[in-house]
Design a binder for this molecule. Structure first.
Ligand SMILES: [Fe+2]
Ligand SMILES: [Fe+2]
Length: 264
C-alpha cells in the first residue's frame, strides 16, 4: 500500500503570488499532476499543513479547486499558516475536519496501517503546540490500538533541526508529545512538514521524517545566524510504502521534467 504526502503548499488566491513572485498555486497543480500520473496509484494523499498562506477563504477555494483534481482521496491537517474555521468552511464534505474538542485531530481506521492526524496549530505561534487536551486524546487513541501499526501525521517538528530560523520558533509541548509516543511501540513513524525540506531522525523510540514543500524549500543553513532564505530547489512529494512484516519505507520524488534514459 502506498500513501502519498505533500506539504507546505502555501496556496494563495487566484492570480496572487507568494512574496510577490512565487506561483504557489501553479506549484501545487504540478504536485497534484505528478501524483495523478504516478503508477501504481497511492491509496490516499496526506496534505500536512500550510495548505494556504494566510488562512483566507479565497485561498482555501483555490486550494480546493487544485486538490479536487486528485484521482484518489486526500486528507488535510492545518499548519501555522492555516485557519481552522476557514479550512472547514471550504471543505464541508470532509466531516473528519470537525475533529475533536475544537482541534482537527482524527484517525483513519480502514487501512492496513492505522493513521492518526494531529493538529499542532496554535494561532500566532510559528513553532506549533500540542496541549494537554490533544496529547490526552493521542494517548487514548494509541492505547486503544496497541496491536495496530500506526503512522502519525502533523505539521510541526518537535525537536531542534539545526536551522536557527526553525529552532527559534519553539514547539510547545514537545516533551509531553515524546513521552506519549515512547509509551506506544506500535508507532511506526511520525511524519510532518513545516521545514520545507526532507529530514529524518530517530525520535521518542520511533522514526520522525519530514516532507519537502511542493513549492519553495528553505535553505539548509546550519550557521547560528537566523537567515530566512528560501531556495528554488526541486519541489517534491513523498511516497510511504507500507509492507506488513517489513515496515514503512519512504521515497522522496522531485516534481518536474527530468529526462529518463532506459538502460535496457
Ligand atoms: Fe510552510
Ligand atoms: Fe509551517
Amino acid at each position: 500500500m502506498l500513501i502519498a504526502q505533500i506539504s507546505d503548499l502555501h496556496v494563495r488566491a487566484p492570480g496572487k503570488q507568494l512574496y510577490g513572485k512565487l506561483d504557489t498555486a501553479g506549484y501545487a497543480e504540478r504536485a497534484v499532476a505528478a501524483i495523478a500520473a504516478y503508477e501504481p496509484a497511492p491509496a490516499l494523499v496526506l496534505v500536512t499543513g500550510d495548505l494556504v498562506d494566510a488562512g483566507a477563504p479565497d485561498e482555501y477555494a483555490n486550494l480546493r479547486r487544485i486538490l479536487d483534481a486528485l484521482p484518489v482521496p486526500y486528507r488535510l491537517i492545518p499548519g501555522n499558516h492555516d485557519a481552522r474555521d476557514a479550512l472547514r468552511a471550504a471543505f464541508p464534505d470532509h466531516p473528519y475536519l470537525t475533529g475533536t474538542q475544537g482541534f482537527i485531530c482524527y484517525t483513519i481506521e480502514d487501512m492496513p496501517l492505522r493513521l492518526i492526524a494531529l493538529d499542532s496549530l496554535d494561532p500566532g505561534r510559528v513553532g506549533g503546540r500540542l496541549c494537554g487536551t490533544r496529547l490526552d486524546w493521542l494517548d487514548a487513541r494509541l492505547s486503544e490500538g496497541r496491536d495496530r501499526p500506526t503512522l502519525i501525521y502533523l505539521h510541526h517538528v518537535p525537536f531542534r533541526t539545526g536551522v536557527t530560523h526553525f529552532d527559534e520558533a519553539v514547539f510547545e509541548g514537545a516533551e509531553g508529545f515524546a513521552a506519549v509516543i515512547r509509551r506506544h511501540a506500535q508507532v511506526e513513524r511520525v511524519v510532518a512538514g513545516h521545514v520545507h525540506r526532507s529530514m529524518s531522525m530517530r525520535w521518542a523510540g520511533t522514526v520522525f521524517s519530514t516532507c519537502p514543500s511542493t513549492a519553495h524549500q528553505f535553505m539548509l543553513d546550519l550557521s547560528p545566524e537566523n537567515h530566512v532564505d528560501y531556495a528554488l530547489e526541486p519541489p517534491a512529494f513523498q511516497l510511504h510504502a507500507w509492507r506488513p512484516g517489513q515496515g514503512l519505507l519512504t521515497h522522496t520524488l522531485p516534481i518536474g521534467d527530468y529526462p529518463v534514459t532506459r538502460l535496457r
